[in-house]
Design a protein around this ligand. Structure first.
Ligand code: PLP
Length: 452
């Protein structure tokens, strides 16, 4: 097989270019340049096919929370695949990994949550949520409560349902999105949209967009509000402290289900197990994926309160599910991952040790002449790049997308960062060491110097 051959990087790239259509990629541009071929990983490091060692400052796609190369996970998955590689959870059957993982999730999630519906990814979790919240109200003789409110620039996945919930215009430009019954309101992006208002005032204003929208459409037409605690793909938008408590008040007073999309924030990223806990709110439903298994195998889930579970249980068949809902090997990987997070106190370490250690250095990058704002919570952060710190202006179009240019410099300095337009994003594995943080920050500084 390919990984055992001695093909050169150029030969590997040529095969990839001929046969592989990549997600979220300008294929022509990629083929001209050639894809980076990643061949192995350990801890927080990746190696490419030319032997370069790179710090993975993005934890894969914000998911490899416990880092790469944990043999315990490999062992339990191999054992599970020998014993029962697959069985389903449809039609009155279950299996040991699904049983154990559901109990474990009830333990590590906030106290209001008791049951999980298994999916294969974050997109599937959010597709399930669209159906679930509408079914929830219809089962209580309120079928009119069906509209879902989400946010501009939010990201909830790439399926038709997930991308419809998302508020990214380039995604809506393709494939006939969004589906009906989804409304998007303002995002709490103070740096970009706050104007003269203080962060606190702006947070309240953005939350009250929800109130205004519900009252305009009528609470009897609204099923749920969904949002990421911190918008990840939308440029790590950390809402002002006033935002989430106000959102919760509005949802409670108007009998609207509050859904937290924890696909990125869940499983320790913010220094709490879930992002909603960081912001002190109690949602009714959570979407989960990514960090649930640290990416060792694909799995996701929708966590619900006992009340939501009961309504669904009392409504007869829930005509929905995926062949791989609760896949035994994937569930075994998630169990092993959650045990590592718990036993090694990785989440607590993000809160009280490595998080503050990295935040101090990351926020200091805000002094660079090119950085308009540095922000970070737990181990998720961003740098807003600008030619003018005062006006927060963007570069002229001819300059190109500076974030993307900087991201490429960062790779040359041995660090993976992500970029959205003029923002650089960081979300390293939660197990990163102090020395590795120092190396990451040094590479980020060189990146800024080179891009400036
Ligand atoms: N929700 C959020 C907040 C995400 O960040 C993502 C992916 O980045 C998704 C959902 C979609 O997850 P997946 O790519 O596993 O389908």
């Amino acid at each position: 097989t390919l990984h055992q051959t001695n093909l050169t990087t150029a030969e590997l790239r040529a095969i990839d270019a001929a046969h592989h259509l990549h997600p979220f990629t300008d294929t022509k541009g990629l083929n001209a340049e050639g894809a980076r071929v990643i061949v192995k990983a350990k801890g927080v490091h990746l190696w490419d096919s030319d032997g370069n060692q790179i710090i993975d400052g993005m934890s894969g796609l914000w998911n490899v929370n416990i880092g790469y190369g944990r043999e315990e996970i490999v062992d339990v998955v191999a054992q599970q695949m020998r014993e029962l590689p697959f069985y389903n959870t449809f039609f009155k059957t279950t299996h040991l990994p699904a049983i154990e993982l559901s109990r474990l999730l009830a333990e590590v999630t906030p106290p209001q949550f008791s049951r999980v519906f298994f999916t294969g990814s974050g997109s599937e979790s959010n597709d399930t949520i669209i159906r679930m919240v509408r079914h929830y109200w219809a089962a209580q003789d309120k079928p009119g409560k069906s509209t879902i409110i989400a946010r501009k620039n939010g990201y909830h996945g790439s399926t038709i349902g997930g991308a419809s919930l998302g508020g990214m215009t380039p995604m809506h430009a393709q494939g006939g999105l969004p589906i009906p019954g989804i409304v998007h309101i303002a995002q709490p992006y103070w740096y970009a949209e706050g104007g003269d208002r203080s962060p606190e005032e702006f947070g309240l204003w953005a939350a009250r967009e929800l109130e205004r929208t519900i009252d305009e459409l009528g609470a009897d037409t609204i099923a749920a509000f969904i949002a990421e605690p911190i918008q990840g793909a939308g440029a790590v938008v950390i809402p002002p402290a006033t935002y989430w408590p106000e959102i919760q008040r509005i949802c409670r007073e108007r009998d609207i289900l509050l859904v937290s999309d924890e696909v990125i924030c869940g499983f320790g990223r913010t220094g709490e197990w879930f992002g909603c806990e960081y912001f002190g709110v109690q949602p009714d439903i959570m979407a989960m994926a990514k960090g649930i298994s640290s990416g060792y195998l694909p799995i996701g889930g929708v966590m619900v309160t006992e009340k939501v579970a009961e309504v669904i249980a009392n409504a007869g068949d829930f005509n929905h599910g995926y062949t791989y809902s609760g896949h035994p090997a994937c569930a075994a990987a998630a169990i092993a991952n959650i045990k590592i997070l718990r036993e090694e106190k990785i989440v607590e370490r993000v809160k009280s040790d490595i998080g503050p250690y990295m935040q101090k250095q990351w926020l200091a990058l805000g002094d660079h002449p090119m950085v308009g704002e540095a922000r970070m919570v737990g181990l998720i952060g961003a740098l807003e790049l600008t030619p003018n710190k005062k006006t927060r202006a963007s570069w002229p179009v001819e300059t190109g997308t500076v974030g993307l240019i900087a991201r490429d410099f960062s790779f040359q300095h041995g660090l993976v960062m992500r970029a959205t337009r003029d923002t650089l994003i960081i979300a390293p594995p939660l197990v990163i060491s102090h020395e590795e943080v120092d190396a990451l920050i040094a590479a980020a500084k060189k990146t800024l110097d080179d891009s400036w």
